[in-house]
Design a protein around this ligand. Structure first.
Ligand code: UDP
Ligand code: MG
Length: 339
């Protein structure tokens, strides 16, 4: 399918979880940006902002429904329960794939520079299928977050996972990239690692990241660590290879140790070696448990993938869901891994 390069229908996909405080501020900005793009003749006037309510408990869905009633620019879908950012985002993208020609995903909190969409659309019109929004600086982050982020990107690339440095989930994808993404059936989602695997022509657009406009972050350290671990274990099996290598090296050392022990015993120099034995037993015990844990992580993932549960279930839409049979009843992925 050839991408529509002339007046594409743009969907701005915004996952929202308990964003009641920030939506009244940012929804207007998204709509202004969209109107601006329509006014400049870059996108079709059928373009929309699509809010995805991810099982919020603070009245976010009611707010989205009200916004949708006010004018044609805003649409919303609601998931049957909270499924986490990545699943909510995928739900929105799959909806946008059916309804539009291109989709830009962005967080609800106004941290990412909404104005960068202009340049994203330009790049699309120039022939790119995927445009990554990349932060030009991390000034608004704490030194801790900056440091851990840098080390994490390094770790990801050491593990063979290809990601775009300093790119979160602010990106433009066109229909054929979304179609391709929909064929990735995994339930352990790490979109920023999956999208580069889709391929096609891609480029980056740089922007400043701001503070959240209102409300508070839904990514506490625990969720961040969980996403980070998922990033590696969903896209790379190198940790298991490292264990194998470690096992080989330790086996070799043990072999040398046994020869050494036999030689010492035969030459009559054996002394009560309590400390060394305890040290070796503890060390080996630790390595074995750690290795089992890492392998267990993959076994668990395989278990979750094998169940092939839906990744999200749409319960409501602010518009008639034409053609839902077929597409909507098709498996749309996912397991809540307790994130
Ligand atoms: N989000 C979501 N489901 C969740 C948690 C977060 O849809 O379970 C959305 C949230 O509404 C926001 C985006 O994901 O639009 C990013 O979350 P947040 O801004 O809290 O994360 P941070 O920017 O602090 O990493
Ligand atoms: Mg945020």
């Amino acid at each position: 399918m050839k991408p529509v390069r002339d007046h594409p229908v743009l969907y701005i996909v915004v996952p929202c979880y308990n964003e009641r405080e920030v939506l009244p501020l940012t929804s207007g900005l998204f709509v202004d940006e969209l109107k601006g793009l329509v006014g400049k003749g870059k996108v079709s006037e059928r373009s929309r902002v699509l809010f995805v309510n991810d099982g919020s408990g603070d009245g976010t869905w009611e707010l989205i429904s009200q916004l949708a009633q006010k004018g044609p620019w805003i649409e919303g879908i609601s998931l049957s329960r909270n499924r986490g950012h990545q699943n909510a985002l995928l739900a929105g993208l799959m909806e946008a794939k059916e309804r539009g020609d291109i989709a830009i995903s962005i967080d609800a909190d106004g941290q990412d520079d909404i104005g960068a969409m202009d340049e994203m659309v330009d790049k699309y019109l120039d022939g790119c299928d995927i445009v990554y929004g990349v932060r030009s600086s991390r000034d608004t982050d704490t030194a801790f977050k900056r440091g851990t982020a840098r080390r994490y990107y390094k770790l990801l690339s050491d593990m063979g996972v290809e990601v775009v440095y300093d790119h979160a989930d602010y990106r433009l994808m066109d229909k054929r990239a979304l179609e391709a993404l929909s064929q990735f059936e995994e339930v352990n989602l790490y979109l920023r690692g999956m999208v580069p695997l889709v391929g096609f022509t891609s480029t980056c657009v740089y922007y400043e990241r701001h503070e959240r406009m209102a409300g508070s972050s839904h990514y506490p350290l625990k969720k961040m660590v969980s996403l980070a671990v998922n990033g590696i274990t969903s896209l790379s099996i190198r940790p298991i290879r490292i264990i194998t290598t470690l096992g080989l090296v330790i086996s070799l050392l043990s072999f040398i140790g046994v020869i050494w022990a036999v030689v010492v015993a035969l030459t009559g120099g054996a002394v009560p070696g309590w400390a060394s034995i305890v040290a070796i037993v503890c060390f080996m015990g630790g390595i074995q448990l750690l290795s089992l844990g890492v392998i267990g992580e993959y076994v668990g993932k395989t278990y979750l993938e094998a169940k092939r549960r839906p990744r999200f279930i749409v319960s409501e839409r602010t518009y008639e869901d034409e053609g839902e049979e077929g597409e909507g009843t098709k498996r749309e992925g996912g397991v809540d891994d307790g994130e």
